[in-house]
Design a binder for this molecule. Structure first.
Ligand code: ADP
Ligand code: MG
Length: 697
């Protein structure tokens, strides 16, 4: 491997490159734009574009692209070459400030949830100078936001950037109240841990379900699954180690802080964690991580599965979204401090998160809702669909003391009066034990564990930033008016804990009793995407988004519809793929096996009437009724998926696909999975779970 420090960021037009290559005044102007959002003078923009181009050409680029994140959840790029004709037959390489700042991709095919009327089908892309441009596969990629003619966001990035502004504004108000006047900017920080499966590419290509849907729609349980936990943190297999080394190198070149990697609980499952960075950069980087994982896997004869539930009965893939807030002075606002005042400030930010999570369980659930993630959430695995919060015993005890106002005699702790006492040290150990909580405090950050592995982290972070900004705003409104700040602060924290402590749960979130307990506490349990999405557009939610300038009412409605549409389309593709596999592969395989069993039995009888046909008969007696049942279920499923019903709206359609089509898929699969283990290996039309999970060595 090459020299890592030299390699790191070598394909990124970062601050160091800008400083070294731009004229001083242009560098200063660009820095103002990057840090304070000041508009860039067109002349300076031309200068930046030219410098960017020269640098990109040295890196082998021939094209440039505005790189954006439409509502499909993956990134989009449209490549233009730098060539510009001169003197008839010659070309020069050109790139202007105008091209850098704004683009007009023909975007009529991106989902817009009805936002882009056909009379103005164009979408526009606008440079996001806060995320660095980079060279990937001979193209200069310029991170951009994507919006409609009317200015409505058509992407995942724009609302995220708006939400970062909103939380910055509110957090600064709070810091000012604590006398902190040096801070000029608060950024939200994110470190998304990415889970994925690696399987053999040749086997992958033999499974239509994986090809069409990213998950297995059929497949009997293998003799060995994950029961031994022998994969977790196990030694890396050589092919996997080679993949990871190659992946790291690719990511480092793009300045992505890939830090840790290990085997996960399930066989063939792995994880990559980066070092955290600002939310928007982390979002861009995570999109690149997913894309590059897939590409590098192919180079190693592997396929990377990012689906939330590629295999039934085996752990699914999640993405742990580690989240915090940090000042431009380098202070992590979720780090318990050393002085009474720092601790009071920490407790206030902590209270804001507690209130936000309790008040907006619906939005947090919506931010991770997808057909794929429904298999994890609410399926007695990973975090449940119920949103709750883990703070650890130490911190809960402190919160209880504050709430009751009674001295705590346990341990060596005395009654805390906020702003006068120092918090006892909260050990990281005590905060990191619960792995079942959907939203866990881990010492100096929160880990939101409900995010689906294939999803962009833009939406969950947009929601987190907005709901916490909203709570901080109401706190600031109240505290700014107070005549006695300290006593009002004490009251506020105490009241917040009292009112919202129902969201705190330190126990086992996978236990069935938790569901009853959560119900008693009045917590939401939105088990599926179709249960969750209607909450997006409640008047309270719409007005909150509008108040903080994150989403307009139209944008909220369009996003709800896009998510619902993605949902039913996904289920529809899955249903049709399942029907295809059963009709064209599984049933013919079973027929051929049954035919051979009959033939063997017949020839045995002809050979000698004394020969027993017990095994053939036994298998036929099992297979005949199962195949008949499977045939019938598949007919029903096909009819349901190809329905000609008219639907009231997208919600109605999504509900139909959930309640009818998806339910039939589950029934059909149950029968198919009983047939598969009865068939001889030579008859099996596609690789089994055992082969898929254990063949990479
Ligand atoms: P684990 O959760 O596996 O115990 P760590 O706590 O070290 O591991 O980190 C998990 C992830 O949290 C990493 O991606 C790390 O960069 C990220 N992280 C650490 N501190 C912060 C922070 N202040 N804000 C956001 N993410 C953070
Ligand atoms: Mg973690």
């Amino acid at each position: 491997m090459s020299n890592v420090p030299e390699l790191f960021g070598s394909m990124v037009f970062n601050d160091t490159v800008m400083k070294a290559r731009l004229p001083k005044s242009a560098y200063k102007a660009l820095k103002e734009t990057r840090e304070k959002g000041k508009a860039l003078d067109p002349k300076v923009a031309d200068m930046v574009a030219n410098t960017m181009k020269e640098w990109a050409l040295e890196k082998g680029a021939t094209h440039f692209t505005h790189w954006f994140q439409p509502m499909t959840g993956i990134t989009a790029e449209k490549h233009d070459s730098f060539i510009y004709p001169v003197d008839g037959e010659q070309v020069i390489m050109e790139f202007s400030g105008k091209e850098l700042i704004k683009g007009e991709p023909d975007a009529s095919s991106f989902p817009s949830g009805g936002l882009r009327a056909t009379f103005e089908a164009r979408g526009y892309t606008a440079w996001d100078p806060t995320s660095d441009a980079f060279v990937k596969e001979k193209s200069l990629c310029i991170p951009t936001a994507f919006y409609s003619y009317g200015g409505e966001a058509l992407d995942k990035k724009t609302p995220l950037l708006r939400s970062m502004d909103a939380i910055n504004k509110q957090a600064l108000r709070i810091l000012k109240l604590f006398g902190n006047t040096q801070v000029t900017h608060v950024t939200t920080t994110v470190g998304p841990e990415q889970e994925y499966f690696l399987i053999d590419k040749a086997l992958y290509e033999k499974r239509k379900d994986l090809l069409y849907t990213g998950r297995t729609l059929l497949g009997a349980k293998p003799p060995k699954g994950q029961e031994l936990d022998d994969h977790y943190f196990g030694a890396l297999k050589p092919r996997v180690a080679a993949f990871m080394a190659d992946l790291n190198e690719e990511l480092w070149k793009l300045g992505i802080l890939a830090k840790t990697e290990h085997n996960e609980v399930a066989p063939a499952q792995h994880e990559l964690a980066p070092i955290f960075t600002s939310s928007n950069v982390a979002t861009d980087h995570n999109q690149l991580v997913m894309e590059i994982m897939k590409k590098v896997a192919i180079r190693h004869g592997l396929t990377c599965l990012l689906h939330e539930k590629p295999f039934e009965g085996i752990n699914g893939n999640g993405k742990h979204n580690n989240w915090s807030m940090s000042t431009d002075q380098g202070e992590n606002l979720l780090e318990p401090g050393e002085t009474p005042s720092e601790n009071a400030q920490f407790l206030l930010f902590l209270s804001a998160v507690i209130e936000a999570v309790d008040k907006h369980q619906d939005l947090l659930r919506i931010s991770v809702a997808s057909a794929g993630n429904d298999h994890r959430l609410g399926a007695n695995e990973a975090p449940p669909a119920i949103v709750s919060m883990f703070v650890g015993e130490d911190l809960e005890e402190i919160l209880n003391d504050i709430e009751s106002g009674t001295p705590c005699v346990k341990k060596d702790r005395v009654f805390m009066e906020i702003g006068t006492d120092v918090l006892p040290k909260i050990s990281r150990d005590a905060t990191d034990r619960n792995r079942t909580s959907p939203f866990a405090f881990t010492g100096n950050k929160f880990e939101f564990r409900m995010v689906g592995s294939a999803d962009s982290v833009a939406c969950p972070n947009m929601i987190l930033n907005t709901i916490i900004a909203d709570t901080l705003c109401s706190f600031a409104d109240r505290l700014e008016k107070a005549s006695d700040f300290k006593s009002e602060l004490n009251k506020l924290i105490q009241e917040t804990i009292k009112k919202h402590k129902r969201i705190i749960f330190n126990g086992n979130n996978y236990a069935p009793e938790w569901i009853d307990e959560a119900k008693k506490r009045g917590l939401l349990n939105l088990r599926s995407t179709v249960d969750a999405l209607p909450y997006y557009t409640t008047p309270e939610n719409v007005s909150m988004f509008e108040k903080h300038g994150v989403l307009t009412k139209t944008e909220v409605y369009s996003r709800r519809d896009i998510q619902l549409e993605n949902y039913w389309k996904q289920i529809s593709i899955e249903a049709l793929s399942m029907v295809d596999m059963i009709r064209r592969d599984l049933l013919p395989a079973a027929a051929s096996y049954m035919k051979d069993l009959c033939a063997t039995a017949n020839s045995k009888k002809q050979f000698s009437s004394d020969l027993s046909c017990g095994f053939e008969k036994g298998l036929l007696e099992k297979l005949a009724p199962l195949t008949t049942e499977l045939y019938q279920k598949t007919e029903d499923l096909s009819a349901a998926a190809n329905t000609d019903r008219t639907f009231k709206d997208t919600l109605d359609e999504a509900e139909y696909f959930h309640n009818t089509v998806f339910a039939l898929m589950e029934e059909t699969r149950t029968v198919a999975d009983q047939i598969e283990p009865l068939l001889g290996s030579a008859y099996l039309p596609y690789p089994t779970y055992g082969e898929l999970l254990f063949s990479v060595v």
